[in-house]
Design a protein around this ligand. Structure first.
Ligand code: NAI
Length: 338
């Protein structure tokens, strides 16, 4: 029996969580869900967006499936997602971007994975305003890049490539301008690459890389990069294959792993029952792979592909004018499970 911390989240979170749970349970994999609150739902009930019970559950189970959480823009509480990644040292954010037949995507040959450093860089949380009297005259954010952080993320990307039968790792940087932070990342990346002679290594400058991804995404395999660049490029990659409704991600540490949809809480459609559950279901596929349930993972992925290819029981974001609801799409996926 696998015990998994389940965080239904905010906005469309509870709707897509219900769908994902139903699909995963339909495979027959023995799962016990340890349901916990975080984000706005937790703030309303417990007065904190990240209750100790939720942390304790994740500490105990070491695997979590998490729906999106509200993060206030500007002021308010700190992102719970960022806090969880740092608290559990979930240093590798793995975000595949795969083409799905039947979507209105710009390309049909994308099969790349962004491996993003998840705990340091400009998201280290070290920032402040500089005030002169009552006036705010400047703001500073400190990007932290450590030898350990670079070494383990690049090494993870190479190990991942080898394990997944991939051939090439591109290290994405901006070392021509950010000579210290990006420079250190590049220097250590080159050293790590020498340990993997069977995997091709290349270096890309982030701005040119973004353009190349839009022009010819088929040339990319595994990308490894620092936190901010990885955040942006993985969303760009999601756009290439038809948007956030199909983008899943894993946050992996030495001791724990958390799986999530890349998209947010979609407040504009929350409660309407029309959110696309595929991204969270695909996060569930990554989770099943992580816990050693490869066969169930493949069955779900194929069922999702079949439903999207047929284009009948899909939510309106995938096919404008479609009347399919979140739960109808989940039912169609369950019906396709072999
Ligand atoms: P968003 O991803 O929630 O929404 C952007 C657009 O995509 C909206 O039009 C939305 O309706 C649509 N969309 C997103 N997911 C969808 C789905 N599954 N099916 C159909 N349409 C979908 O991004 P936004 O509006 O910037 O953020 C809303 C909230 O979510 C904010 O509080 C933000 O901080 C939070 N957020 C949380 C994340 C997480 O917990 N991992 C990630 C990104 C944002």
């Amino acid at each position: 029996m696998h015990t998994i911390t389940l965080i239904p989240g905010d906005g469309i979170g509870p709707e897509i969580t219900e769908a994902a749970v139903r699909v995963i349970e339909a495979t027959g994999v023995p799962v016990r869900w340890d349901r916990q609150l975080a984000g706005m739902a937790a703030l309303e009930k417990y007065g904190t967006p990240l209750p100790e019970e939720t942390l304790e559950s994740f500490r105990r189970n070491k695997v979590a499936l998490k729906a999106p959480l509200t993060t206030p823009v500007g002021g308010g509480y700190r992102s719970v997602n960022v806090t969880l990644r740092q608290e559990f040292d979930l240093f590798a954010n793995v975000r595949p971007a795969l083409s799905f037949e039947g979507t209105r995507a710009r390309f049909d040959n994308v099969n790349l994975v962004t491996v993003r450093e998840n705990t340091e860089g400009l998201y280290a949380g070290i920032e402040h305003f500089i005030r002169a009297g009552r006036e705010t005259v400047a703001a500073e954010s400190v990007a932290v890049v450590t030898r350990l952080g670079c070494e383990r993320i690049v090494d993870y990307a190479f190990r991942y490539a080898r394990q997944a039968g991939r051939r090439k790792v591109a290290l994405v940087h901006k070392a021509n301008i950010l000579k210290c932070t990006s420079g250190l990342f590049l220097e250590i990346g080159r050293q790590v690459a020498q340990r993997y002679p069977d995997i091709q290594f290349e270096e890309r400058i982030v701005d040119a890389c973004a353009m190349q991804m839009v022009l010819d995404p088929g040339q990319f395999d595994v990308l490894v990069t620092t936190n901010l660049f990885g955040d942006i490029l993985s969303d760009l990659a999601a756009g290439l294959v038809g948007g956030l409704g199909l983008a899943a991600g894993a946050n992996i540490g030495e001791d724990a792993a958390m799986f999530e949809a890349v998209h947010g809480t979609a407040p504009d459609i929350a409660g309407k029952g029309i959110a696309n559950p595929a991204a969270l279901i695909l996060a569930g596929v990554m989770m099943l792979e992580h816990i050693g349930e490869q066969a169930a993972a493949r069955r779900i992925e194929q069922a999702v592909r079949a439903v999207i290819r047929e284009g009948v029981h899909v939510t309106p974001d995938l096919k404008p004018g479609s009347g399919a609801t979140t739960q109808e799409m989940a039912d169609a996926i369950v019906a396709k499970l072999r």
